[in-house]
Design a protein around this ligand. Structure first.
Ligand SMILES: Nc1ccn([C@@H]2O[C@H](COP(=O)(O)OP(=O)(O)OP(=O)(O)O)[C@@H](O)[C@H]2O)c(=O)n1
Ligand SMILES: C[C@](O)(CO)[C@H](O)COP(=O)(O)O
Length: 376
């Protein structure tokens, strides 16, 4: 059974005021779309993930691994239709259709929709209306309405795939959401509990509310790492994944990449998962001479398994020689590649100890690193 995700993100966010469309705007340190995607990418057993984007946005969007894109349409319904048609060749069994503008989606709402799809061809989250309802004309109350049986609809709205594709193909006219399209085609839709936090960013003040929700619930971890390797014979040193020509090498059980080890330990530290030695014991001969990217890739995968993404890393190499500056950009790129991170979130810098201490006497190289991990 495959459950596809369709995120509609082709709107222009006109009600949110001037600036970029809301999905591209910053929210709690990332873009709105990143939070929305993460809600699904951290859900086990979900995929493929399709994002319907405005034609102008497609070229500039770097899709995370496993995320597909298609061109949306002029209305929300047209974007949904385009996304469903793009997913059709993948023949998913079910699909969850979600607004990119709802970035505070919780795992419990997703789970409730998925579970309800076992009972009905459609399921969607909603909250009962609890305020009194009025009609108003010219700023004055002109009447009231009975709120009994009224709900505020949210997304993701889930459906058996073939049924909602057929419903959209045959739908004529406007529709506020996919439940309306489904019901017009005669599909039964079950209501599951929505959540107040699952708001849709619509107007400018909604950004502040969403930011407050995300900052209140997210788990932010900071880790540090420190490592030292002594110089020995050799003609190069490995530093942050780059072979740097030098008149000596670094001694170690692995390739002695002191910078990569510090970054790796910072990740393990943020996860409270010990250090490299715990996961790759020096007593184990299989790690002799090992390339250190194996260690960093392991720590990164461990973070991913626990639902964390790396937000940034910062590493300082401490040595008199070799000179790091000319190669810092290559080191930054290599670390970013292993972490699958934007290089702008990786910092590699160096310092000397003014000829003091063991690094000053050129007996070895030290490195220290910090890493921030975020779990929405
Ligand atoms: N042609 C459109 C219009 C809307 N959407 C998506 O549908 C969702 C709900 O729409 P809305 O909140 O109205 O977003 P916008 O259309 O971007 O906002 P506005 O109406 O203020 O312009 C959003 O995720 C939006 O990106 C879409 O994919 N394609
Ligand atoms: C789909 C939706 O989010 C359910 O509440 C809503 O209908 C979208 O409305 P909009 O007018 O396109 O913002």
């Amino acid at each position: 059974m495959t459950t596809a995700i369709l995120i509609v993100a082709a709107g222009r966010g006109t009600r949110a005021g001037p600036g970029a469309p809301k999905q591209w705007r910053p929210l709690a340190g990332r873009r709105v779309i990143d939070w929305t995607l993460d809600a699904f990418l951290s859900t086990p057993g979900i995929g493929p993930v399709m994002v319907a984007l405005h034609a102008e946005d497609i070229a500039g969007f770097v899709a995370p691994k496993g995320v597909l894109t298609c061109t949306g349409g002029a209305t929300r319904a047209a974007s949904v239709r385009a996304g469903l048609e793009a997913l059709a060749p993948l023949t998913p069994d079910k699909v969850l259709i979600h607004d990119v503008a709802r970035p505070c989606l919780s795992q419990s709402v997703i789970a409730a929709v998925v579970a309800a799809l076992d009972q009905a061809p459609g399921a969607a989250p909603a909250l009962p209306v609890t305020d009194a309802l009025w009609r108003g004309v010219d700023g004055r109350v002109s009447g009231s309405a009975n709120r009994e049986g009224l709900f505020r609809a949210q997304t993701p709205q889930g459906f058996r795939f073939d049924a909602i594709l057929a419903a959209h193909r045959s739908h004529v006219g406007e529709a506020a959401d996919d439940v309306e399209v489904a019901r017009a085609a005669g599909l039964e839709v079950v209501i599951v509990p929505g959540h107040e936090d699952n708001l849709k960013i619509t107007h400018a003040p909604d950004f502040a509310r969403a930011e407050q929700i995300l900052r209140g619930t997210m788990d932010i971890r900071l880790g540090n790492g420190f490592d030292v390797h002594a110089f020995g014979p050799g003609d190069h040193v490995m530093l942050c994944g780059v072979a740097v020509p030098h008149d000596r090498g670094l001694k170690g059980h692995s390739d002695a990449d002191v910078g990569m080890h510090a970054v790796t330990d910072a990740l393990y530290g943020a996860l409270a998962q010990g250090d490299i030695g715990r996961h790759f014991p020096p007593s184990d001969p299989q790690w002799k001479g090992a390339a250190s990217h194996i260690f960093l890739a392991h720590a990164t995968a461990l973070a991913g398994d626990q639902g964390f993404t790396v937000s940034n890393v910062d590493v300082t190499l401490i040595c008199e020689r070799p000179k790091i500056g000319p190669l810092a950009t290559a080191m930054q790129a290599r670390i970013a590649e292993i972490l699958a991170l934007d290089p702008a979130r990786v910092s590699v810098k160096a310092t000397t100890t003014e000829r003091l201490g063991f690094t000053g006497r050129e007996e070895g190289i030290a490195a220290l690193a910090t890493a921030t991990l975020i779990r929405p």
